[in-house]
Design a protein around this ligand. Structure first.
Ligand SMILES: [Zn+2]
Length: 293
């Protein structure tokens, strides 16, 4: 909040002699300049460093002590499916950024899924990324044995979905290939991962997954436990990139109102924490811009 400008409290109706007016004018000018010095007027050109800090402060990423806020990336996999619109509704109501890793074949499976994809595609608050065309048909071991076919599967998804970034997530595997980060949870998938990276895809794994029971859709961890895990990972610097945490969740887990409200609770807790900032996955450090490919 800026203070309101000082009101002009002079009395123009009172007659004043000409020399006295001149003295008053000089005093007024002196007072004006003195005032500008004290309040550090924004019309004075700031140094480049000042500009940089001010810009950072404006986007809310800097804490009062000058340190950066820790970033949390909400990512949702496997849509479009029956939970996708619910997740999107929460994202819109809470006005937070989120990223959807889409399975291309799910965008055409049914009329409802096609419509959901159209809604996802038109939303400006989210990122849409590549989670393959086929999702390996859930046969992960044989899928990753053929690196060329894996690249083809992702290319097919990229083309069908018309994505504007080349961030991808491998089905059934927590694999990272971003800048200097290289991590593969199951060694046999390494060659396929390297081939995807060579084909221009940045592979985004996750730091923590909010798992759920696939039949009952019940989340495996309650909200309190999940939040504690998130805080612990971030504060201990044990995420893949310190100060940045990628949370994996799945659209289909939020078909039921109860679990959808748990998601809302998590989002509210994270967005209300002044030390954290929710962020789109395209802003994760080290993601290649298309001109670098
Ligand atoms: Zn998946």
């Amino acid at each position: 909040m800026h203070p309101a400008p000082a009101a002009d409290d002079g009395d123009p109706a009172k007659p004043v002699s000409r020399p006295a007016l001149r003295i008053l004018f000089i005093f007024a000018l002196t007072g004006l300049f003195a005032c500008q010095e004290k309040t550090a007027s924004p019309t004075v050109s700031p140094s480049p460093d000042t500009v940089k800090t001010t810009e950072k402060k404006r986007d809310g990423s800097i804490l009062p002590d000058g340190s950066s806020k820790k970033k949390i990336y909400l990512t949702f996999d496997d849509g479009p499916n029956k939970g996708t619109r619910n997740v999107l509704q929460i994202i819109r109501e809470e006005q937070v950024p989120a990223s959807f890793f889409v399975v291309a074949v799910h965008s055409t499976d049914t009329r409802q899924q096609k419509e959901t994809w159209e809604i996802l595609r038109a939303d400006s608050l989210i990122d849409r990324c590549n989670h393959s065309y086929s999702h390996a048909r859930n046969r992960y071991n044989s899928y990753y044995e053929n690196p060329a076919a894996v690249v083809e599967d992702f290319n097919q998804a990229q083309q069908l979905l018309g994505l504007s970034n080349r961030i991808a997530r491998t089905p059934g595997r927590n694999i990272w290939r971003i800048d200097s980060i290289r991590h593969t949870d199951i060694f046999e998938s390494s060659m396929a991962a390297d081939s995807l990276y060579a084909a221009g895809y940045d592979l985004m794994g996750w730091d923590i997954e909010w798992t759920f029971h696939h039949r009952t859709l019940r989340p495996d961890a309650d909200t309190g436990l999940l939040l504690r895990r998130i805080y612990n990972l971030l504060e201990s610097g044990k995420t893949r990139t310190p100060g940045h945490l990628v949370l994996l969740a799945h659209d289909q887990a939020y078909q039921k109102e109860t679990y959808l409200e748990e998601l809302r609770y998590i989002i509210r807790q994270l967005k209300q924490n002044p030390a954290y900032q929710l962020e789109l996955i395209t802003r994760y450090p080290g993601i290649r811009k298309s001109r670098e490919l």
